[in-house]
Design a protein around this ligand. Structure first.
Ligand code: FPP
Length: 188
C-alpha cells in the first residue's frame, strides 16, 4: 500500500471485516456540534476505511449503519441519515465502482423513502459485477428482523421442519454467500 511503512503478510489480512458505526453523536456533541455533523464525519472516515480495505485486500466489508432501532431517533436525525446515504450514493458510487467495489444491502429496503430505495437498487445493479471488495451496507437492519425474514421465506418456500439445518438457515440470511466476519470493530 502506497505510503504504508510496513507490509502485512497476506495470510494475516482478515477476509471479512465488519464495522459497527458508533460514537458519531458523542464525537459531535463533545465538540459542540450537532449530532448530524458526527454522522458526516463518520461517513468521511468510512471512505478511508473502504479505500484501505481495497488496498489491503480485504474481500468483504460490512458496515452496520442504520439499525431497525434507529427509527426511534428524532425525525430530523433520521431524515439526515437518509440524506447522507443518498448523498454518498450520488457522489461516491462512480469512484467506488471504479475501485472494484460491489455494493450489497442487508436489511429491509421497504421502509426507506421510495426514491432512496430506487437509488439503492440501481447502485446494487451498477456494481454487481465488481469483485475486489464486497461492501455490505446494513441499513434498516436488525438481527431479530433478519431471523424473522429468514423464517418467513423458509415457510413461504414450504421447507419441511426436518430440512431446517444450520446450512439452510444461512442461505436465507441477508448475508447468504458472505463468510462470517473475522474481525468486528465497534467504533466509539
Ligand atoms: C451511530 O452513532 C451511528 C449511526 C446511528 C448512524 C451511522 C450512519 C450513517 C453515518 C449513515 C451513512 C451510512 C453509509 C453507509 C453511507 P451514534 O449516533 O449512535 O453515536 P453515539 O453512540 O455517540 O450517540
Amino acid at each position: 500500500m502506497a505510503g504504508t511503512p510496513f507490509t502485512i503478510p497476506p495470510e494475516k489480512i482478515p477476509r471479512h471485516v465488519a464495522m459497527i458505526m458508533d460514537g458519531n453523536g458523542r464525537w459531535a456533541l463533545s465538540r459542540g456540534l450537532p449530532r448530524l455533523a458526527g454522522h458526516k464525519a463518520g461517513t468521511e472516515n468510512l471512505r478511508r476505511v473502504i479505500r484501505s480495505s481495497v488496498e489491503f485486500g480485504v474481500k468483504y466489508l460490512t458496515i452496520y449503519a442504520f439499525s431497525t432501532e434507529n427509527w426511534g431517533r428524532p425525525p430530523e436525525e433520521v431524515k439526515g441519515l437518509m440524506f447522507i446515504l443518498e448523498d454518498v450514493i450520488d457522489r461516491e458510487l462512480a469512484e467506488l465502482s471504479k475501485e472494484g467495489v460491489q455494493l450489497r444491502h442487508i436489511g429491509r429496503l421497504e421502509r426507506l423513502p421510495p426514491n432512496l430505495q430506487e437509488k439503492v437498487l440501481d447502485a446494487l445493479d451498477a456494481t454487481k459485477d465488481n469483485d475486489r471488495l464486497v461492501l455490505n451496507v446494513a441499513f434498516n437492519y436488525g438481527g431479530r428482523d433478519e431471523i424473522i425474514n429468514a423464517i418467513q421465506h423458509i415457510m413461504k418456500d414450504g421447507v419441511p421442519p426436518e430440512e431446517v439445518t444450520d446450512e439452510l438457515v444461512s442461505r436465507y440470511l441477508y448475508t447468504a454467500g458472505t463468510p462470517d466476519p473475522d474481525l468486528i470493530i465497534r467504533t466509539s
